[in-house]
Design a protein around this ligand. Structure first.
Ligand SMILES: Nc1ncnc2c1ncn2[C@@H]1O[C@H](COP(=O)(O)OP(=O)(O)OP(=O)(O)O)[C@@H](O)[C@H]1O
Length: 340
């Protein structure tokens, strides 16, 4: 990309991870949605991985913020500063890029209000970029996994992210039926942390709970070789730092209820899907996307309940931002297939 080129940027502002795509460059940012500020000066001290490493470890002078909760912006100022930081860092190398003629497509959760969408647009327009589009991430994700959402053939995607699980049925370039629940990765982490505190009288941090989930979470009833994991935290009986061993079957049992909530959300969408589209979905299967789709046995578990083939996304963590690449070809218009 030359300095004089018009930029096309796609932003996936997720609850847990933020990704940015740039034309001719590919994915230029793929890090946690976390920002750290100096409490006294309000200066940004770290973003992404560096800020995430500070979670739960800060001293009195640093404030670490996760700007999104359950897919929606909980701290507007922090979200603005995060996007500003990422764009500034990138645009430093393209000072003479034709910003006025450049395009930015921001993908957001379908629950984001008009006011919040406009706030996101304002941040980007503040860089002198006039053409700013905001679109729903479920559509971008479907395009990113390779579904032709513009065709009359209906398709279904289940996205288990960090803040929400979104289920969407799409046809002719738009969402026909959808449902969203807050039961997703962060909720699973919180349930693991709560269980270990209540049942084992042992306190762990959220990052440790996430590591336990990634290592042990499963929906399989038969565990041929049960895994276990040693975790560090604080023994609440004597208040001292300590270690305990957590078994896979314990974590599976804790997560039964949240997975039932996710199944109910999927069933609700299927119940509301028009019969002609339901036929397409039965023929073509359902795509499982998002970081949470990688949980052991989930594909088979969902298949056994809905009796429809479930296909795992080839890009569980990057499909949405990959979808922005396609959408940017057509200025974010979903009703017409992007052309090269
Ligand atoms: N191998 C894995 N097994 C289970 N969960 C995982 C795995 N890898 C990542 N995750 C979880 O996936 C979640 C992040 O997924 P993703 O990046 O799709 O979400 P997001 O886009 O940030 O969130 P949202 O779309 O809800 O705003 C985190 O909760 C993370 O712990």
């Amino acid at each position: 990309m030359s300095n004089k080129e018009e930029l096309k940027l796609g932003i996936d502002l997720g609850t847990v991870n933020t990704l940015v795509y740039a034309n001719s460059r590919g994915i230029i940012f793929n890090e946690p949605t976390v920002i750290a500020f100096d409490k006294e000066t309000d200066e940004v001290v770290a973003v992404g991985n560096e800020a995430n490493d500070m979670v739960g470890k800060t001293h009195a002078k640093v404030r670490v913020v996760k700007p999104l909760v359950s897919g929606v912006i909980a701290d507007k100022n922090a979200a603005i500063r995060l996007i500003e930081y990422i764009l500034n860092d990138f645009l430093e190398h393209y000072q003479s890029a034709k910003l006025k003629k450049s395009t930015v497509l921001i993908c957001c959760h379908s629950d984001l209000s008009g006011v919040e969408r406009n706030a996101l647009k304002d941040i980007v327009q503040g860089f002198g970029i006039n053409n700013v589009l905001v679109q729903e991430e479920v559509k971008a994700g479907a395009i990113g996994v390779g579904i032709d959402i513009y065709s009359p053939t209906g398709s279904m995607i289940i996205d288990i992210g960090g803040g929400s699980t979104d289920v969407g049925v799409l046809a002719l370039g738009d969402i026909v039926v959808s449902n969203s629940v807050k039961t997703a990765g962060n909720h699973l982490d919180a349930e693991i942390k709560k269980y270990i505190k209540m049942k084992r009288n042992f306190e762990i941090g959220m990052s440790t709970a996430e590591r336990v989930k990634i290592a042990l979470a499963t929906v399989r009833e038969d565990l041929v070789e049960e895994k276990e994991m040693v975790v560090s935290g604080r023994n609440l009986t004597n208040g001292l730092p300590s270690r305990i061993t957590v078994k896979q079957s314990e974590i599976r049992d804790v997560l039964r209820k949240p997975f039932q909530t996710i199944i109910n959300a999927i069933l609700k969408v299927l119940e509301q899907t028009p019969p002609e589209i339901a036929t397409d979905i039965i023929e073509n299967g359902v795509i499982l996307n998002g970081g949470g789709s990688q949980i052991d046995g989930l594909k088979e578990f969902i298949e056994s309940i809905i009796n429809i083939e479930v296909k795992l996304s080839p890009y569980p963590l990057t499909a949405i931002v990959k979808g922005t690449k396609e959408l940017l070809k057509n200025n974010g218009d979903y009703l017409v297939a992007p052309t090269d």
